[in-house]
Design a protein around this ligand. Structure first.
Ligand SMILES: [Zn+2]
Length: 183
C-alpha cells in the first residue's frame, strides 16, 4: 500500500514537471511601478501610455461573485487550466489580453507566439510594470509565478526557453485573461 502511494505520488510529480518543462526564471521582481500606497503606475493600451491606477483588493467572496469557478481557481488559488482547453491558446487575432479580475492590460498579440504547449504564450508582457513575478516552489519544482501587478491575480509562470529577443516564455492561463480585439 505504501509502495502504491509512493508510486502515485511520483507520477503526480513527474506530470507537474513534464507540464512545465523548461528551466524556470529564478528570482522575483516587484512591479517597478508598484508602491505601498495602493497606487500603481501601469501601461494602458487605450491611453497608449502610463497611467496611475488604484490597486484592486477584494475579499474571496467578492472575487467569487465576479468570476466563474475556473477563473477563481486559476487566479485566486494558483490553479492551472488543462492544456489546449482555454479559449485563447490558439487565438491569432490582433488585440490586448487583460486581467480577468481587474482589467489591467497584460499582453499584446504582437508578443504572442505558438509555443506548442496548449497555453497562450508570450515572449514579453505589454509593459514590465503591468506584471510582477515571485518564486513558486510548490510541487517541489522551482518555478517563477507571474501575477497581475494591479490585483495580484495568478496568471501563470515564466520560463527561460522562449524565443528571441527576450528568450522568455510567459506561459499563461486563458482563464486568467480577457481578450479585447483591436483594429
Ligand atoms: Zn489584475
Amino acid at each position: 500500500m505504501r509502495i502504491l502511494a509512493s508510486l502515485i505520488f511520483l507520477i503526480l510529480i513527474a506530470t507537474v514537471i513534464a507540464c512545465n518543462s523548461g528551466t524556470p526564471v529564478t528570482g522575483s521582481t516587484a512591479a517597478p511601478g508598484a508602491s505601498s500606497k495602493g497606487k500603481a503606475k501601469l501601461y494602458s493600451a487605450t491611453a497608449k501610455g502610463y497611467i496611475m491606477s488604484d490597486k484592486v483588493v477584494k475579499t474571496p467572496e467578492e472575487w467569487r461573485a465576479q468570476l466563474t469557478a475556473e477563473q477563481y481557481h486559476v487566479t485566486r488559488e494558483q490553479g492551472t487550466e488543462r492544456a489546449f482547453t482555454g479559449v485563447t491558446w490558439n487565438n491569432k487575432e490582433h488585440g490586448v489580453y487583460q486581467c480577468i479580475c481587474c482589467g489591467n492590460d497584460l499582453y499584446s498579440s504582437e508578443h504572442k507566439y505558438e509555443s506548442g504547449t496548449g497555453w497562450p504564450s508570450f515572449w514579453q508582457p505589454i509593459a514590465p510594470e503591468n506584471i510582477a513575478t515571485r518564486a513558486d516552489n510548490s510541487f517541489f519544482s522551482k518555478r517563477t509565478e507571474v501575477i497581475c501587478s494591479r490585483c495580484d491575480a495568478h496568471l501563470g509562470h515564466v520560463f527561460d526557453d522562449g524565443p528571441k529577443p527576450t528568450g522568455l516564455r510567459y506561459c499563461m492561463n486563458s482563464a486568467a485573461m480577457k481578450f479585447v480585439k483591436t483594429p
